[in-house]
Design a binder for this molecule. Sequence first.
Ligand SMILES: [Zn+2]
Length: 54
Amino acid sequence: MMFIACPVRGDELIPERRIRSITNTPTGIVLRVDCYCGQQHLVRTGRLAPATTG
Ligand SMILES: [Zn+2]
C-alpha cells in the first residue's frame, strides 16, 4: 500500500496491485498507478529499496 497525491481526490491509499508500471529514471523511480478516480497517475519515488551503507 502507498499514498499518492491525487489531483482529483487528494491523498489516496493505493494497493500495490494497482501499480501498472515501474520505470527507473536518473531522478528516481516512476510508478504509473491506476487511481480510484479512474485516471492513471505518475508517482515519483526513490526509496523502494533499502539504502545501502558502507
Ligand atoms: Zn486519482
